[in-house]
Write a protein that binds this ligand. Sequence first.
Ligand code: SAM
Length: 244
Amino acid sequence: TPGLYIVATPIGNLSDLSPRAASMLEAADLILVEDSRVTGKLLSHLGIRKAMQPYHDHSSAADRDRILARLASEVVVLVSDAGTPLISDPGYKLVAAARQAGANVGAVPGPSAAIMALTLSGLPTDRFLFGGFLPTKEKARRDVLDELGAVQATLVFYESGPRLAKSLSAAADALGDRPAAVTRELTKLYEEVATGSLPDLAARYADAPPKGEITLVIGPPLDDGPPDDAAIDEAIRDALATES
Ligand code: SAM
C-alpha cells in the first residue's frame, strides 16, 4: 500500500535489521535518508539499489509538500543513520504533515538505543522519561536536569564520549547520589554497561573520555527512607485532627 513508512535500522549490528524492514526497503519507490552514504552502505549490504533523497526536519515546507504529493501513489520509506527515526532524529514534522494530509502512515519497529539502554541498565522501567541530548551550555543543562530530575521516573539521555564527563558531573551536582548506567557501543563488538552512583561514574569518566556511542540512564529520585519519629507523630496528629 502506498504511504509513508518509518523504518528502524540497526544501531550497530546489521543482523538486527528485521526481515520486514528489508522488504520495506526493497518495496520502496523512494527512501528518505539523513546521509546517503550511511544508508547506501546498508542498502548495498542488502543488495538493494534505490533512489535516496535527504530529509531533515529543517527541510523546507515545500520539500515536505513534494514528498506528501507522492504518498498517495508511492511507497516512501523514512530511515535515519541508525535506530528508530524521529527519536532524536528527523521525521516528526513529516509524520505530522502526513497525518494532517490524511495519508497512510506505517512503521516497521526495531532497534532504538534508548530502549536497549533502559532494559540493560537494571534501573526501574515502569516509568521512564527520554530526555534526548542534554544541552551543552552549563546553565541550560542545569535547568533541564533540575526540571527532569524532579520527575518520578528513570531518565534516559543520549550522549557522546567527549561530553560524558561534564554531563555526569552536572547530573551528580543536580541529582545527587542516584544510581545510573553508562551504556556504550550497544549491539557492537565493544558493548559495555558501567553501573554505579552518579558521583562514582562522574569520577570514573572524569579523565577518561570513552570511545564510541553512549546512552546514559539515571534512576528516579531516591525515596527518603522510613519516616522518623517526628514524621510519625505528625501523621498521627493529622489523622486524629481530621477524625474529630
Ligand atoms: N534514533 C536513534 C535510535 O533510535 O537509537 C538515535 C539517534 S541519535 C542522533 C544518536 C545517539 O544515540 C548517539 O549519540 C548515542 O547517544 C545513541 N546511540 C546510538 N547508537 C548507540 C549504540 N550502539 N550504543 C549506545 N548508544 C547509541
